[in-house]
Every structure is written in C-alpha cells, then in structure tokens.
Design a protein around this ligand. Sequence first.
Ligand SMILES: Nc1ncnc2c1ncn2[C@@H]1O[C@H](COP(=O)(O)OP(=O)(O)OP(=O)(O)O)[C@@H](O)[C@H]1O
Ligand SMILES: [Mg+2]
Length: 364
Amino acid sequence: MKLGMVGLPNVGKSTLFNALTNAGAESANYPFCTIEPNVGIVSVPDERLDKLAEMYHPVKFTPATLEFVDIAGLVKGASKGEGLGNKFLSNIREVDAIVHVVRCFDDPNIIHVDGSINPRRDIETIDLELIFSDVELIERKLDRTKKAMKGDKSLASAVEFLEKLKEHLESGKPARSYDMTEDELEILKETPLLSLKPVIYAANLCEDDFRNNIESNEHYKEVCEIAKAEGSAVFPICAQIEAEISDMDDEDKEMFLADLGLETSGLNRIIKEGYSLLGLISYLTAGEPEVRAWTIKKGTKAPQAAGKIHTDFEKGFIRAEVVSFDDLMSCGSMTAAKEKGLVRLEGKDYVMQDGDIVLFRFNV
Ligand SMILES: Nc1ncnc2c1ncn2[C@@H]1O[C@H](COP(=O)(O)OP(=O)(O)OP(=O)(O)O)[C@@H](O)[C@H]1O
Ligand SMILES: [Mg+2]
C-alpha cells in the first residue's frame, strides 16, 4: 500500500511525513520546500504479530509495510503547469490513497500561499487540480472509446458512462463522489484518475488546539463536514507533536499520548484509517523460522491469499489450516488449539478473515 501526502505548499506535509517515517526529509517555513518526492517505508504496527513472536521466538519477524510518499505542494493551476506543475500530479497518480494534509493551525509566522486559513477553499483548490487533470484523461479516453465504438457497438454503454462522468467532473466534483458500479470501475481500470483515489484528510492543528479543544476548532469542524459529505476519512493531527514523539521510545510515547488522552500515535491512526478505507485486512503466518503479516483485500479467498506468499501456493493449493488469533491465544499453543478442534481445515472457497493464522498446504 502506498499513501501520498498531498496538499498546498507549506501546510506541514513534510513535517508529518518525517514524523511518521523518520525519513529525515527537509521541511521548512517556505512554500515549495519539497520538489522531488520523498519516500519512506514504515512497518505496520500489529499487536497480534508481537504476541505471536512471544509465542514462537522466530528467527525472522516481518510486519506488513506501508509506503509513504511526500509530494510537492500543489497550487492553483498546477494541472496547467503552474507552481512546479504537472509533474507533481504524476507523483500522485502512483499512490493507492491520498493523505490530504489541510492546514488548520493559525500562525502568522508560517506563510500560507493564499494568505489566510481556510480549509474549505484549500481543499477545493487541491481537488480542482486533481479534477482538471482527470477531465483531460477522460476526454482522451472518451475519444478513443468513441472511435472504437464504430467497430464494436457494445462500447455504447462505456461511452455513455464516460460522458456522464466527464459532466460530473466538469461540475467540480471529484470522481470519488460518483457512485460507480463494478462494471464502470472496470472501464476505468487503465485510467488512474486522481480524484477517484480514496482520501484521508489530516487536519493539521496547532499544538495548543490539539491538546485542548480539537472538537471546538472551527477549521477542524469544516474539514469534518467536507469529509462526511463525500464519505472520506478525517483525523486531527498536530504534525509538530507527531514529530516530537517520533523520537521517543515506546514507554515515553505511551505516557505522552495518554497525557493527551490518546491511545495511539498518528501513525497508527493513519494506518488504521488507510486499511479500512482501502478495504484491507491482514492474515498471519507463524512458526519458528518466521512470524509474518500479509496484507490482502477483504473478501480474498484462501488460494489467492496463498498466492501472496508464492504463486506455487496458489497454483497447487490443497487446503488452508486456519485458527483465529483469539483462539490460538486462549489455547496457548498450536498443539493445544488442534487438540480442542479449533484449527479448521478450509478449502478453496474459504474467505480469509482479519487475524487468521494460516498454514497453507499445497502441491506442485
Ligand atoms: N501543526 C503545526 N503547527 C505549527 N506549525 C506547523 C505545524 N505543522 C507544520 N508546521 C510548520 O509549517 C512549516 C511548513 O512545514 P512543511 O515543510 O512540513 O510543509 P510542506 O507542506 O511539506 O511544504 P512544501 O509543500 O513547501 O514542501 C514548517 O515551518 C513547520 O514547522
Ligand atoms: Mg514539503
């Protein structure tokens, strides 16, 4: 999974990116500090995996990973080459989901490219650039599909859909707010629309507001309204606090967060939102050689999940031996779980569940 940090210049993208990834990207109080995208890879924290490691003492411990890309700030006209232009939009095209960092902190010392704090305007500015860029893609696709339709009448419904979608985009609405059927999504498979990507809004508050009155912060409320209306996720964050705690060891971090009334860090919250937004779950494999988490789409069946490990596992799939995490923990060992009949034998139609601990049997 690849998450892209997107937003206006100087809103805190790199600060947040650094806090999350410890990648040490440059962040400074001037617009367009970032030009080339910064990439950072983080392990997905998973308590279940830690518990399994305590049980197995594995040689290798491999959590799932997540890639963050810190992208240059976009300004009005970016889709037409303004600011540092179109190139940044192509950086966004490669991500699975967008973390849209929105400035919600008042601080006269930090330059805002449009002169005032106004989340609704800022979100619209970014959205419009993504939408304009998508309109161009859709127009090209529409032309091609219309030409192809001359020889293949079955494309009529695709043309109709693309025309409706184009209208939707031209009215200033993102593709993610267009209710699409599976077939329609299939039509767009080779057309990576920017405004179709799932969005998590990161409302970047100042330290004081974040500590004392998140809910009553007007800027934050505005972001929540926008997110709710389009079915996007939102969470409040203070990039500077995140930066502070990213250097702490686990114990200090926990104390600091508890003091703020929070259970987990921004990284954990972003990962949780990302997984749920993208419909992802994890299954786990456990043994002395390795304890490992694997990320799959919700609804994936056992053979395809096995294929994540190796294509041979999918091709030669025989069955999966599955135990839920809770069952394994309450039994204390795999042997005990087997004795109690809690390790199930599942076939090729089994739909994987989050937290399943699996051993695949295969034959090549
Ligand atoms: N929550 C916050 N409260 C106060 N200041 C903040 C907060 N978050 C970030 N800043 C400050 O805002 C400035 C810009 O931050 P940063 O470089 O991360 O922005 P950016 O979005 O990456 O900008 P660019 O698009 O130019 O790369 C920095 O001086 C940073 O310390
Ligand atoms: Mg930056």
